[in-house]
Design a protein around this ligand. Structure first.
Ligand code: FES
Ligand code: FES
Length: 168
């Protein structure tokens, strides 16, 4: 049987839900999420690991889903932008993006937000510099960088207020 014709069963958790997909060995995690599970939040910009639009979390860490195979997610926990809103309540990073109008077309937004999610998981109180560095790999073709920075800096200010016991 050719490699293209073969499929493997991959079981993993996606946004807290157990999922199983049958995929060809070379299918990327991005393709499995978008085409098999119909979770189209993660976007394919470049497809070669340079734009960040496809960022999702795997076991809590940001991963470029165009660069890993679906089979590599076997047994792992994958989170996408679709999983952030709970009971209709937006996550604070999503709220900050809306409040600061931090997008134009929105194509890069899921990747930007998931990158920040990954940072906040490992550094709940990131400095503005850490935020800037974390977002280095997320390209915005519309050039909404100033507003993305403003949203991210608000997150940093909230973290700083929390650190110093000020009301947020
Ligand atoms: S689509 Fe994955 S980094 Fe651009
Ligand atoms: S808002 Fe259009 S690519 Fe970033």
């Amino acid at each position: 049987m050719s490699l293209e014709a073969r499929t493997d069963s991959v079981t993993f958790t996606v946004n807290g839900r157990a999922e199983e997909v049958r995929v060809a060995p070379r299918r990327t995690l991005l393709a499995a999420l978008r085409e098999d599970l119909h979770l189209t939040g993660a976007k394919e910009g470049c497809g070669v690991g340079t734009c960040g639009a496809c960022t999702v979390l795997v076991d809590g860490r940001p991963v470029l889903s165009c660069l890993i195979l679906a089979v590599q997610a076997y047994g792992r926990s994958v989170e996408t932008i679709e999983g952030l809103t709970r009971d209709g309540v937006l996550d604070p990073v999503q709220r900050a993006f809306i409040e600061h109008d931090a997008f134009q077309c929105g194509f890069c937004t899921p990747g930007q937000i998931m990158t920040l999610q990954g940072l906040l998981r490992r550094r709940p109180d990131p400095s503005p510099e850490e935020i800037r560095r974390a977002l280095d790999g997320n390209v915005c073709r519309c050039g909404a960088y100033l507003r993305i920075q403003a949203a991210a800096l608000e997150i940093a200010r909230t973290a700083e207020a929390r650190r110093s016991g000020r009301p947020t």
